[in-house]
Design a protein around this ligand. Structure first.
Ligand SMILES: Nc1ncnc2c1ncn2[C@@H]1O[C@H](COP(=O)(O)OP(=O)(O)OP(=O)(O)O)[C@@H](O)[C@H]1O
Ligand SMILES: [Mg+2]
Length: 266
């Protein structure tokens, strides 16, 4: 199932001793993990755990206080252009240009991501198709519904066909049907596409069934530190629930709440 037999080739994502300190706050504290090509990892943790901060460092938007990040073998600090070309990033708030058309914006993103001019139209058409945006390609982004804007956010993340996708709460704020659609789109990206191997994906979410639906592995952080890094199948073996695990790891005192969360979980 997990296609992490990288045998010699560099990991898709390699994080070593990553730290981010904001004044007195250790937002991310000595975090290390590695993600193999084609793996789909759920990145979990309570509010303020450091998920977004980690993702910003993975994508080179925020410099780490310490530690290193390498994407597809390229160090994010010493080879930022090569590393960034290998990354598609859906931030918490996607940087959409509300006055642009959907296809105009995607063409613009393709150009700044160095997609050669001759291949741009094809790249945009492909992203439009995969994200279910073909019918709204000429619409102005600012006039789209939130769910469609989120799809545009995903489309800009995949338009240059990156090896690694970093998705920060991709389904936040969407209705249940849109959530299902975006979720199946992510699953589709993860499975082998035209070119053979599926994309490597790390996604943060608070929706645990989402993790069970699309991820093979869970990394859970709490207060900036890694608390769990295991295959989903092991975490949920014997009928154990992710919700109970989440409660147990992230509650500081006692496990009364944990039991309650585990028993009463939806
Ligand atoms: N620019 C900043 N300046 C100061 N502190 C920051 C900054 N960005 C994040 N922090 C702090 O770092 C910690 C981690 O925040 P982060 O946004 O990474 O958490 P998160 O896991 O993404 O949470 P959420 O689930 O709410 O999105 C928090 O304590 C936050 O207040
Ligand atoms: Mg966040």
């Amino acid at each position: 199932m997990s296609a992490n037999a990288t045998g010699g080739s560099p990991a898709a994502i390699e994080v070593r001793g990553l730290c981010k300190r904001y004044g007195e706050v250790d937002a991310v504290d000595d975090l290390s993990f590695s993600v193999g090509a084609g793996e789909v990892v759920g990145f979990l943790g309570p509010n303020g755990a450091g998920k977004t901060t980690t993702m910003r460092m993975l994508t080179g938007f925020v410099p780490p206080t310490d530690g290193s990040v390498s994407i597809a073998g390229h160090d994010i600090l010493s080879e930022p252009l090569a590393a960034r070309r290998a990354i598609g990033y859906l931030p918490e708030t996607p940087p959409l240009y509300p006055e642009m058309s959907v296809e105009g914006y995607l063409g613009f993103v393709a150009s700044i991501k160095d997609v050669p001019r001759a291949g741009r139209k094809r790249a945009v058409d492909r992203a439009l198709g995969r994200c279910g945006l073909a019918d709204v390609r000429r619409r102005i982004i600012g006039q789209l519904s939130k769910g469609y804007r989120q799809r545009v956010g995903l489309a800009q993340a995949i338009v240059h066909d990156p090896a690694v996708l970093i998705l920060d709460e991709p389904t936040v704020g969407l209705d249940p049907i849109q959530i299902r659609e975006i979720r199946s789109l992510i699953a589709e990206l993860a499975s082998a596409g035209e070119g053979g191997q599926g994309q490597t994906i790390i996604l943060s979410t608070h929706i645990l069934p989402e993790v069970e639906a699309i991820c093979q592995r869970v990394i859970l952080i709490s207060a900036g530190r890694k608390a769990v890094d295991e295959p989903l199948s092991e975490l949920t073996s014997g009928g154990r629930s992710l919700e109970a695990l989440f409660g147990r790891v992230t509650s500081r005192d006692g496990d009364a709440t944990v039991e309650a969360a585990g028993e009463g979980g939806a």
